[in-house]
Design a protein around this ligand. Sequence first.
Ligand code: KDG
Length: 315
Amino acid sequence: MDVVTLGETMLAFSPVQDGPLDTVHGFEKKLAGAESNVAIALSRLGYRTAWVSRLGKDPFGRWIYKTLRGEGVDVSGVTFDPIRPTGLYIKERLGGKQTRIYYYRSGSAASAMDQGLVDLPAFSEAAILFVTGITPALGSSCKKAVFAALDKAREQGMKVVFDPNYRGKLWSRKEAAPVFRQIASRSHLVLPGLAEGELMTGATDPESVAENLRSLGARQVVVKLGPRGAYYQTEQKDGYVPGFQVSQEVDEVGAGDAFAAGCLSGLLDGLDPDSAVKRACALGALAVTVKGDYESLPDREELHCFLQGETGTQR
Ligand code: KDG
């Protein structure tokens, strides 16, 4: 196994038209979960990935399970909760780039994940553990599961990659900051956005954020700067990598997960940081071109074509 990850995946209702939800009547059924987005992205690129989670024993849980399995993700570590439901979120797309997310995930099946999960074979077989800051915000048993996974990673010599993914609707900045710092201190690679970097370190520019996180113990830091690209810092090297322009930005949710998958694939392929972050920026750009978190993510060949600048109609 190349990468194992744990986290909640929800049923997402995405509006068929923009506008306040009280005026919207139709929704599309989508699947949403930062960690499963990363697992799907990596699987499409040809890596072996395992997603560990808990779903409701309901039609939506079954659908999520089958979708992940269909994407080639190992779901042997997924359990079904006979009582708690699959989590749900509803997206509201307002004018411009304003999107609001309404969560119905409190008491969900995934919020009952616990540290017993880390005894699953997926956790001892993988080269990299990928965690986000969403899982510890889901409840105390989930937080214990994340820290047990970090212990397991240390025991097994797995590299840890951490995307803070701060969700203000799940916990306060004050609650999240010390937890994020602890996870960062045990990570090989940390992938904050600039605001998350500030939350963790108090610094407001990418370079100081990265320096601070490295002084906590992270070996490498990549600060995401949205369409502008990203800044990376390792012990040997640092630099800015520009983002890719896309003709139309349709849905930015999921771009960070695609970016994380690019960094993970760079790590797995032993790329130098410039090339890894360039790949991450390409995946992030592709993710925003279609509605949905992961639908537009490429396989290797499509990614190669995008990096070569091939666009337009191909016949
Ligand atoms: O990164 C995309 C995620 O935000 C979305 O799919 C749902 O995991 C999710 C969350 O907790 O917001």
